[in-house]
Design a binder for this molecule. Structure first.
Ligand code: NDP
Ligand SMILES: O=C1O[C@H](COP(=O)(O)O)[C@@H](O)[C@H](O)[C@H]1O
Length: 503
């Protein structure tokens, strides 16, 4: 890794405190940062370097996955941090920043490699990129990179406009669009499992797979983000980016040791093969939901429209489930079911692959209740479970579920932001969203946005603490399928996902 100046816009914000500083600290502890690595934090408020370092220290104490108890390490880490006042719209602030960056590079004797991280509201992405160009901050001899947070646009047109503007200041190779789901370790493993394991490689197609189910359930509601969330909804907040990225990562078929370019090319192919949804067909393939009052883990939860800051007549989607089809030789005929929602029964992101059962049509209904599944637990717990249908030795003629399990402990596993920041520092774009993917995702989602905007799709309600509206079950039932493992939290179920002993 080369010496780098990490220029952080939005250094006093929530994301920086909760994710970016803890990630940098863990990279530092793992000796994954260059000894000349330095950070210049930016924001409008006046903060002295020492006060900024104290803020960073608080953040790592509050949010690092590892205990912070070695004061020498903490001091060594904090030495890298400085702060400058910068208002996004003030061109003179960029010139002051340039002076400071150049001075720092000269003091450190390091090459002018600059990573600009935009941890600010999306309305600032464009002016910042253009000011970086015009101030000369982006004109040094070393490399420059732009790391940009979501949301990347509000719809297809705004995303295209934003991309055009950014490309005036940065080339595609220099833009690293963060989708933090791509940084989750289990997501980064998906292509490896499929490429390197001959069993999985052989089964990864429509001959053996009946359907794929991708769920990202959250127990939280809108929290303090009512203003943002009510204009965005589950479709833009989670589905267009994180959920479609999970679909791409699962569906790509890669040769061994693929390059970043190959990964991105294959992901683009998946998106191009996704059967488009006409606006008139949205109602048949997409379920729009909104939570009402309910109970989550024994605690009462307000309904969405009773949340502070949400209009009483809001039609916003807090849940979405969709049925998608990939029209390529590997996946044709395999439905991909995707759902995500707030205020659901459990916090869990997982992918469930249900295998076909050749003899199913001849078997009894009871036997049909035990499918052969491969489950990738992505977060907050991480693991893989293979559920096999087995004979029940205690009940002759009956079957039961047998589980083969692997789980990891969250302390050992790097946080998504550690992986992503490390990759961006190394210039590895494999786990960042290429513009092609982002544009194709918006294209696929646009008819749904249109249908929602016209209210031509029903808004179904679900009680907080459930798995979403009953209509989402119906969506799968139409194809003879069933959301598996919803019953994982139901102790009486035979399909209970075993709790890993080493968590
Ligand atoms: N928070 C999260 O968990 C996540 C956030 N994101 C994205 O990350 C980005 C940042 O989010 P978050 O940290 O929550 O936002 P916050 O509102 O907490 O922080 C915003 C930051 O921007 C700075 N800022 C605001 N206005 C200006 C301005 N005119 N000039 C310079 N700096 C300014 C603020 O500093 P000051 O007030 O000192 O100017 C502050 O540091 C957003 O794009 C968000 O969508 C993405 C995923 C998760
Ligand atoms: O990007 C977002 O993701 C979080 C969920 O992330 P996770 O890593 O906890 O699964 C979601 O709460 C938020 O609304 C969304 O903007």
């Amino acid at each position: 890794m080369e010496a780098t100046t990490f220029v952080l816009f939005g250094a006093t914000g929530d994301l920086a405190r909760r994710k970016i500083y803890p990630a940098l600290y863990n990279l530092y502890l793992d000796h994954k940062l260059h000894h000349s690595f330095s950070v210049i934090g930016l924001g409008r408020r006046e903060v002295a370097d020492e006060a900024f370092q104290a803020m960073v220290e608080r953040s790592i104490r509050d949010f690092s996955r590892r205990e912070v108890n070695d004061s020498a390490s903490v001091r060594g880490f904090l030495k890298a941090f400085r702060y400058n006042v910068l208002d996004v719209g003030h061109t003179e602030d960029y010139l002051k920043l340039l002076q400071r960056v150049e001075q720092l590079e000269a003091d450190m004797g390091s090459s002018p490699n600059r990573m600009f991280y935009l941890s600010v509201g999306p309305e600032f992405f464009e002016p910042i990129a253009l000011n970086i160009k015009e101030s000369g901050l982006g004109a040094a001899k070393g490399w420059k990179r732009l790391v940009i947070e979501k949301p990347f646009g509000h719809d297809l047109q705004s995303a295209q406009e934003l991309n055009l503007k950014l490309s005036e200041a940065f080339t595609e190779d220099e833009i690293f669009r963060i989708d933090h789901y791509l940084g989750k370790p289990m997501v980064q493993e998906l292509d490896v499992f499929q490429q390197t394991n001959p069993v999985l490689h052989a089964l990864w197609n429509n001959r053996y797979i009946a359907n794929v189910q991708i769920t990202a359930g959250e127990t939280v509601g809108v929290e303090e983000r009512a203003g943002y969330y009510d204009h965005v909804g589950a479709l833009r907040d989670m589905f267009q980016n994180h959920m479609l990225q999970l679909l791409m990562m699962l569906a790509i078929r890669l040769p061994k040791d693929s390059t970043a370019d190959e990964v991105r090319f294959k992901k683009k192919e998946v998106m191009e093969s996704l059967e488009p949804l006409e606006e008139a067909d949205v109602q048949f393939n997409v379920i729009r939901g909104q939570y009402t009052a309910g109970t989550i883990q024994g605690k009462p939860a307000l309904g969405y429209t009773a949340e502070p800051g949400i209009p009483a007549d809001s039609q916003n989607d807090t849940f979405i489930a969709a049925r998608l089809q990939i029209d390529d030789p590997f996946w044709k005929g395999v439905p991909f079911y995707i759902r995500t929602g707030k205020r659901m029964k459990e916090k869990s992101t997982r992918i469930v692959i249900e295998f076909k059962e050749p003899l199913k049509q001849n078997s009894s209904a009871a036997e049909d209740d035990i499918p052969n599944l491969l489950v990738f637990e992505i977060s907050p717990n991480e693991g893989i479970t293979l559920q096999l249908k087995a004979r029940d030795p205690q009940h002759k003629g009956k079957f039961k579920a047998m589980h083969i399990d692997f789980h990891t402990s969250s302390i050992e596993v790097p946080e998504a932001y550690e992986n992503l920041i490390y990759d961006a520092l190394h210039g590895d774009p494999s786990f960042f969203a290429h513009w092609n993917e982002v544009e194709l995702s918006w294209k696929w989602v646009q008819p749904i946005l249109n249908a929602f905007a016209k209210n031509s799709v029903p808004l179904y309600h679900y009680a907080a603490g459930t798995f979403g509206p009953a209509e989402s079950d119906q969506l799968l039932a139409e194809n003879g399928h069933h959301w598996w493992l919803d019953s994982a939290v139901d102790e009486e179920s035979e399909l209970a996902l075993p709790v890993a002993s080493n968590f």
